[in-house]
Design a protein around this ligand. Structure first.
Ligand SMILES: [Zn+2]
Length: 404
């Protein structure tokens, strides 16, 4: 079995080993070593990457590290390596340090949630950008989140020692462990954050809590098993805070405001946009009333058939106008078109009249290559931009009027 060097020293990045097996696994080449400092994906922590240097100094990249149910560790390599070769392993130390910060931060944070709110962690996920823990609680207030963040960061600043020790399952049962694995063979590996947290874990951790750096809690969301808390630690926390600050600064610049004033500024903008929308709607209503009055005055016959093309008004406006025209008088048929943007047609009649606007619209659209329809009293249609010019639309309206 492979000697897991990271069990005893998480800061060991360079080591020497021998290839026990050279295998193909899941269609990829992999090697099993007699000893390794490479951490395989397990317990929520992501695998290490790095390289193996062969006896002839050739370098082979280790892209992924995994383990099977029997605990055999596979180093997935870019090219095969012969059995019995001696190799020098180099773990990507920046990636490992980041993982140690996230993972050790998770221990501190999980313990903080237990201490403060009796909220145990039921799962942990380490992502490329952020990490999450799922807590077995119904809800979590933002004040509680801030409180847990505060306690976790106090533990960091106290720089408490993080010790690793091995005990039997019986010994572990006598201890007040935060979490005891359900199935365990052999000795248990305990991670002891002095006077704060004791738990069983096979991952890589920092030597003292100060090495975690800042612990920054992000969003929370309700999930099936409780509440999911997103967090980042160490250099990731600095990077995320920097990114957030840049985003806020950019947004505040648009308002010529301080970032702390952003919520009020955005609120104000939303209210202004709403008010402007209402004012515009009122003006459109007034404009439609004016047009309706003008068009009705010009139409003398009965029924009064009104044909009009608007080159600067959109489909919403001509629909509004059609409603004004046909609801104010009992004998009006409105055949309107808009050529602002995508050409659109609206046909409408006063309620109770005998024509069928939906059918007329379908016929008109068949000629224009567009699509539309509606009820007997009101129908609308649209054509693809550029498919119908003004003269064609006018001709359609004229023909439709003649057919009534
Ligand atoms: Zn751990």
């Amino acid at each position: 079995m492979t000697d897991r060097l990271y069990y005893h020293d998480s800061f060991l990045y360079n080591f020497e080993a021998r290839v026990l097996e050279s295998v193909e696994r899941q269609g990829r080449t992999a090697v099993v070593l007699d000893r390794t400092a490479f951490y395989p994906t397990s317990g929520g922590q992501v695998h290490d990457t790095g390289k193996l240097v062969l006896e002839n100094e050739r370098e082979v990249a280790v892209a992924e590290v995994g383990e099977d149910e029997e605990g055999r560790i596979y180093h997935f390599t870019s090219t095969p390596i012969a059995q019995a070769q001696s190799v020098r392993g180099h773990v990507d130390s920046a990636r490992r340090r980041d993982h140690m910060q996230q993972h050790s931060g998770q221990h501190v944070l999980s313990a903080a949630f237990v201490r403060l709110f009796d909220a145990p962690t039921v799962s942990f996920h380490m992502g490329v950008e952020s990490c999450t823990i799922d807590l077995a609680v119904k809800s979590l207030s933002s004040a509680q989140v801030a409180q847990a963040e505060q306690l976790a960061n106090e533990i960091v600043t106290e720089d408490r020692a993080v010790n690793v020790r091995f005990v039997t399952l019986d010994e572990a049962r006598q201890l007040d462990l935060r979490k005891l694995p359900p199935k365990q063979t052999g000795k248990l590996r305990l991670i002891d954050i002095t006077d704060f947290d004791l738990t069983a874990c096979g991952g890589t951790h920092v030597c003292s809590t100060g090495q975690i750096g800042a612990i920054l809690l992000r969003k929370t969301e309700n999930v099936k098993q409780g509440v999911r808390v997103e967090f980042v630690c160490g250099l990731r926390a600095v990077a995320v805070a920097r990114q957030d600050y840049a985003t806020l600064t950019e947004a505040a610049g648009l308002y010529s405001a301080h970032i702390r004033e952003l919520p009020q500024q955005v609120q104000k903008s939303i209210q202004e946009a709403k008010a402007a929308g209402k004012a515009q709607q009122k003006l459109l209503e007034e404009l439609a009333e004016l047009h309706a009055g003008r068009l009705l005055a010009q139409a003398m016959n009965s029924p009064r058939i009104i044909r009009s093309v608007f080159s600067e008004r959109d489909a919403i406006f001509i629909k509004l106008l059609a409603q004004k025209l046909t609801t104010s008088q009992p004998d009006v048929i409105a055949l309107l078109a808009s050529t602002a943007g995508q050409p659109a047609l609206v046909f409408a009649q006063s309620p109770g009249m005998k024509s069928n606007m939906g059918q007329l619209m379908k016929q008109a659209m068949a000629k224009l290559g567009g699509r539309g329809g509606g009820t007997a009293d009101m129908a609308q249609g649209g054509c693809p931009t550029g498919s119908a010019d003004l003269s064609k639309i006018e001709e359609i309206l004229r023909n439709t009027a003649t057919g009534l």
